[in-house]
Design a protein around this ligand. Structure first.
Ligand code: PLP
Length: 403
């Protein structure tokens, strides 16, 4: 049996210009003046929050002045702390729960000191936050999350007035925004989304009329493209920023560019005879003599076991199917149709071409999920790096001058 070995590193390559391009696509759907709050929760959907925040805050594509976006948002206090001090406001979307205030005291004090905008969904939590802010000698900007149909976090519209008043009464709090989240905005003509929007507007209008300069926001990627009436003062794109259509199908009307490419080197190539089994459980047998390529990435890295004998990788731009079970640290591919493949060659596990057989859309389909989960599953062992050389068709990008 002949085998050669090579040591290389798998990597997740992020294109800054794709991120900036996607912001431009999003802006083209918005009225002038509507702010963009980039969702960088869950490590920027697995893309690396530090890297994505840097691209969106400190770089500009041609034709754009200043940071590409107006705010950043995360789910948790820890994620907010990890962002450091970007030049735009940072929103923590997960409502503060008063039962956790004691445990989270340090994290909250840090968030208060760093000027984060915090979310509340109860008068009790607002009271606790007010006491902490007073102790820190700070005034905290807070927003209220309304539940208009997700039945998840947020206050019911009937309780909004009471919470708003409890915030307004506290000198250490400043009511800065009101928001809600849609349950199915990516569906065309979703009546449910329109009902959610109507409920939201009905509940917030009296408060917004009384208190000036409140930021109203609701739209995620689906609503940005499909429900223009939901744009209000600010939108909160996530998946579309990363170049994936919220319908989870590439769309010809929206030229989004996937920002992520995931590659790994071929670390070994082994010639096997027809009838040889590959991997755990002998789930695949070679029908002909062939060559099997080994990739040092497995389900521990988010390349799911569900891809076994299903997914396709690309080597020299040619499809190389995954054969045998994906194991924790390794994946094997059939190089039978790629005689030129040699050890050290780059294998594309997740392609940035939306129509590629290894696109995030395709991987999601093979695993019975959505591209969101494919991205979020990519493990910590995979280094995220910025794409160095821009490829044909990329927009020019420049670093903004340091203030
Ligand atoms: C994740 C999230 C978004 C972004 O949703 P996408 O569908 O990825 O655009 C917006 N708002 C909230 C509250 C979220 O949690």
């Amino acid at each position: 049996m002949d085998a050669t070995c090579f040591l290389g590193e798998p990597r997740v390559v992020i294109s800054r210009s794709a991120l900036l391009h996607n912001v431009k696509v999003l802006r083209s759907h918005l009225r002038d003046g509507v702010k963009i709050c980039a969702m960088v929760k869950a490590n920027a959907y697995g893309h690396n929050a530090e890297l994505v925040a840097d691209a969106l805050c400190n770089f500009s594509a041609d034709g754009m002045e200043g940071p590409a976006i107006d705010a950043l948002a995360v789910a948790t206090l820890e994620e907010a702390a990890a962002l450091g001090e970007p030049p735009v406001p940072v929103l923590v979307m997960r409502p503060l729960e008063n039962v956790y205030v004691a445990q989270q005291r340090e994290a909250l004090e840090l968030a208060i000191a760093m000027g984060r905008m915090l979310t509340v969904a109860s008068a009790e939590a607002a009271g606790d936050l007010a006491r902490l802010a007073t102790a820190c000698n700070k005034r905290v900007a807070v927003q209220i999350m309304l539940d208009t149909g997700m039945s998840r976090e947020g206050v019911c519209p009937v309780a909004l007035e009471r919470i708003a008043q409890s915030i307004v009464r506290q000198p250490s709090l400043r009511l800065a925004g009101l928001c809600t989240h849609f349950a199915g905005s990516e569906e065309a003509q979703s009546l449910f989304t329109l009902e959610q929007l109507e409920q939201f507007l009905l509940a917030v209008s009296p408060i917004a009329a009384r208190i000036g300069r409140l930021i109203l926001h609701a739209a995620n990627s689906g609503a940005i493209f499909i429900v223009p009436d939901s744009h209000l003062d600010m939108v909160r794109p996530g998946i579309s920023l990363y170049g994936i259509d919220p319908t989870c199908q590439p769309s010809a009307d929206r030229p989004l560019r996937p920002a992520m490419r995931w590659t790994a080197p071929l670390t070994m190539i082994r010639s096997i005879r027809a009838g040889t089994a590959v991997g755990y459980g002998q789930s695949w047998w070679a029908k002909h003599d062939t060559r099997i390529g080994l990739i040092p990435v497995g389900y521990a890295d988010g390349y799911w076991r569900a891809f076994s004998n299903r997914a396709v990788t690309l080597v020299h731009s040619k499809p190389a199917p995954v054969v045998g079970r994906v194991s924790m640290d390794y994946t094997t591919i059939d190089l039978g149709n790629i005689p030129e493949a040699t050890v050290g060659d780059e294998v594309t596990l997740l392609d940035d071409d939306p129509l590629s057989p290894a696109s995030a859309y395709a991987l999601a389909r093979w695993a019975g999920t959505v591209p969101y989960e494919v991205f979020c599953s990519i493990g910590q062992r995979m280094h995220r790096i910025v794409q160095r050389q821009e490829r044909d068709g990329d927009d020019a990008e420049r670093r903004l001058a340091e203030e």
